[in-house]
Design a protein around this ligand. Structure first.
Ligand code: FES
Length: 181
């Protein structure tokens, strides 16, 4: 059981034809072993729904003719797979050597404190109680020469500090205010 208290997400009950098409396309890339499609399908589901629910484990295992445990063991092993939603703004902080030496662990703690990311949501991801913010460690982001590196959604930030975080939060607030205006 991954997250038994989680109800089905909108769209999970009946997956759309586009989702099914993408899933079949992925499976078709592994004709010799359907099991090899497990991770790509988990990524596909997470991109679509934000995290991996119990339904995800069920659906993917059935689709690939595997036991649910074969999918669940991947979900619980890989840190980039989430069993709870990440925050609306998700900070990914590199914890590999160059960034660790340049203070990424301190930065991680500062972000947690700043955003109130106190809820442990598995695999080291912390989420704020209202679900607005999350922070997690990731491995090398290939910006070792400009450590510490951090990603927010798809954008990468080098030589990141708590000031970088404050700027991101301020920009996000401005954007929301403009959209609400
Ligand atoms: S060690 Fe952090 S980007 Fe490579």
């Amino acid at each position: 059981m991954v997250a038994p208290e989680q109800p089905l997400l909108p769209g999970e009950e009946v997956l759309g034809p586009e989702f099914e098409r993408k899933a079949e396309e992925i499976i078709g890339q592994y004709p010799a072993s359907r099991r090899s499609a497990s991770l790509p399908l988990l990524h596909l589901w997470q991109e679509e729904f934000g995290f991996l629910s119990e339904r995800a484990v069920e659906w993917i295992s059935t689709k690939l003719g595997l036991k649910p445990i074969h999918i669940l063991e991947l979900v619980t092993f890989y840190p980039m797979l989430h069993v709870r939603p990440s925050g609306r703004i998700n900070f990914k902080v590199c914890r590999t050597l160059s960034c660790a030496l340049a203070g990424s662990h301190e930065l991680f703690a500062q972000i947690r404190a700043r955003c109130g990311a106190t809820v442990a949501a598995g695999h080291g991801i912390y989420v704020s109680p209202d679900g607005s913010y999350s922070v997690e460690f990731v491995e090398c982001l290939a910006a070792c020469g400009s450590a510490p590196a951090m990603m927010v959604d798809e954008e990468e930030f080098e030589r990141a500090t708590i000031d970088t975080v404050e700027r991101i939060l301020a920009e996000s607030r401005e954007k929301e205010a403009a959209q609400g205006a």
